[in-house]
Every structure is written in structure tokens, then in C-alpha cells.
Write a protein that binds this ligand. Structure first.
Ligand SMILES: CC(C)(COP(=O)(O)OP(=O)(O)OC[C@H]1O[C@@H](n2cnc3c(N)ncnc32)[C@H](O)[C@@H]1OP(=O)(O)O)[C@@H](O)C(=O)NCCC(=O)NCCS
Length: 240
């Protein structure tokens, strides 16, 4: 797990690191009930890996993940590797994966889910330009995509909304660190049947931009194989 001091120390000693990984937000973000901790690696014998395995092997939490739940530690390890590595089109590659802990009992933080902000990946859905907020592709605008998942035991308590809100506020405050970009655009792609997630982005101030119909190779998502599916595209822009 990356501690802010370790991160800053590394910045001061290793300029190559700066080229590879520009930070735009703090490594730890706190909200009234939650702590978001940036994660860059999770070794197989670490508690971070155990937390992620508990999430990825849960059928409900992984219902809207491509491929569904993982069925073994090996499958979870492959997924962890995939989510923590970057296959992005931007340079540097922006990747802000966070573990989310409930800190209502300060002495006993409890892992509840993940919140990920990353560059849109090569090989991902290619969305038509009209499904972006106006100006999202202009020079100076950094476009990222958000993804999240929480353990079913904590659903309905407002945690996903609080965590996403906290992440977006941290990004909005990080104007200096955003350079050379001047604005941030965040996209959320949500399955048309995933009403809870649609409500989360709506509560966090995203604008609904329209539907995109996927047709092609069958993918396992939402409990079944689908050759055709509809997703909603939502967009959020940092204030000028
Ligand atoms: C989507 C998810 C993150 C929501 O987490 P959460 O912590 O329960 O979210 P919140 O409590 O902040 O908000 C959920 C909202 O959806 C609403 N909601 C939940 N189920 C709903 C349903 N079936 N129909 C309509 N609204 C629903 C809740 O009432 C709440 O809205 P409200 O505050 O107006 O009452 C969680 O269900 C999850 O992890 N799902 C699996 C992974 C996933 O779908 N990730 C997103 C992929 S795009």
C-alpha cells in the first residue's frame, strides 16, 4: 500500500518515477465515514490481496464485472494484476485504484470496496463522440473513467456515493497537480439494468449522455452471456 510519505520520498529521489506516474490526487482521501487508500500493488500473501479476493469472488459484488466472479485465488490474482496494470492511451498513464475502508470505528477500519479512476483503456468500448460532454476531447482536458464495487453487506448505506464524491472533490482541489492538463473529464459506463449504480453517478452530479448498444463477441456480464447489451454513458467535468 502506498503511504504519502513513501510516495513523496520516491518522487524526490527518482525522476524516472515522475515520468511514469504523475499524481493528481492524494494517496489517502478521507470522507466522514470512509478512507480511500491508493493501491499500486497487492502481493498474493498480503491483506490487500485477501480483501480484493473477498470482493472479486463475491457473486453480487462482481455481477456487473466482465467475466463475473472469480472462482479461485489464481483467478483473483489475474484480476488484481489486470486492474492494477495500465493499458492506457495517455502518457503518463493515470491510474488511481483505491481500497475503501469504513472508518466509523476509528480503531477497527473495515474493508468495504474499491473505487478506481483510470485512463480509458486501449481495447475498451469505443464510444461515439456524441456520448461525451461537450469539450471533453479538447486539448488540455484529461479524460478518465471511473469504476467501483462494494461488498453487499454495506449496500444501501450511501458508501459508494460518499466514496465517489470524496474522490471527485479531491480531483477538483488538485488543479496545480493536474498540469499540463487544465480540466478533468470523468466518464462512467453503467449497464442499463444496474439501477443502483445509475443512481450513484446521478447523486454525484454526473450528466446522463445517452445509451450505447454493444453488439459483437459474447461477453459474460450480469449473470449471463450476452451478444448484445445496452450501457448508459454518464459524464462529469471538474469546475473551471
Ligand atoms: C452499485 C453499488 C456500488 C452501489 O453501492 P451503495 O453503497 O449501495 O450505493 P449508495 O448507497 O451510495 O447509493 C445507492 C442508490 O441506489 C438506489 N438503489 C439501490 N438499488 C436500486 C434499485 N434496484 N433500483 C433503483 N434504485 C436502487 C439506492 O436506494 C440509493 O439511492 P438513494 O440514496 O436515492 O436511496 C453496489 O450496489 C455494488 O457494488 N454493486 C456491484 C458492483 C457494481 O455494480 N459496480 C458499478 C459498475 S458500473
Amino acid at each position: 500500500m502506498y503511504d504519502r510519505h513513501v510516495f513523496l520520498l520516491q518522487l524526490s529521489f527518482d525522476t524516472t518515477f515522475i515520468m511514469l506516474d504523475t499524481t493528481i490526487i492524494d494517496a489517502v482521501i478521507t470522507t466522514p465515514r470512509l478512507k480511500l487508500t491508493r493501491l499500486t500493488r497487492a502481493d498474493r500473501d498480503s491483506e490487500e490481496f485477501a480483501w480484493l479476493h473477498s470482493l472479486y469472488s463475491d457473486e453480487q459484488a462482481s455481477f456487473w464485472s466482465l467475466g463475473g466472479k472469480t472462482n479461485s485465488l489464481d483467478e483473483s490474482a489475474a484480476k488484481v494484476k489486470r486492474v492494477l496494470s495500465s493499458n492506457s492511451q495517455t502518457s503518463p498513464s493515470y491510474q488511481y485504484f483505491h481500497l475503501v475502508h469504513d472508518i466509523e470505528d476509528r480503531n477497527n477500519p473495515v474493508f468495504v470496496g474499491t473505487m478506481n479512476l483510470k485512463a480509458v483503456e486501449n481495447g475498451g468500448l469505443i464510444l461515439p463522440a456524441q456520448l461525451s460532454l461537450t469539450g471533453a476531447s479538447e486539448p488540455g482536458v484529461l479524460s478518465l473513467e471511473v469504476g467501483y464495487g462494494f461488498l453487499p453487506a454495506v449496500w444501501g448505506k450511501g458508501y459508494a456515493t460518499e466514496a465517489l464524491d470524496g474522490l471527485l472533490s479531491a480531483c477538483s482541489k488538485a488543479k496545480e497537480a493536474l498540469k499540463p492538463y487544465t480540466k478533468l473529464y470523468v466518464q462512467a459506463v453503467v449497464n442499463h439494468s444496474n439501477l443502483a449504480s445509475q443512481r450513484v453517478v446521478e447523486k454525484c452530479g454526473f450528466t446522463y449522455l445517452g445509451d450505447f448498444v454493444y453488439e459483437g463477441e459474447p461477453v459474460f456480464i450480469g449473470g449471463k452471456w450476452r451478444e448484445k447489451d445496452t450501457v448508459q454513458v454518464w459524464g462529469w467535468r471538474s469546475c473551471e
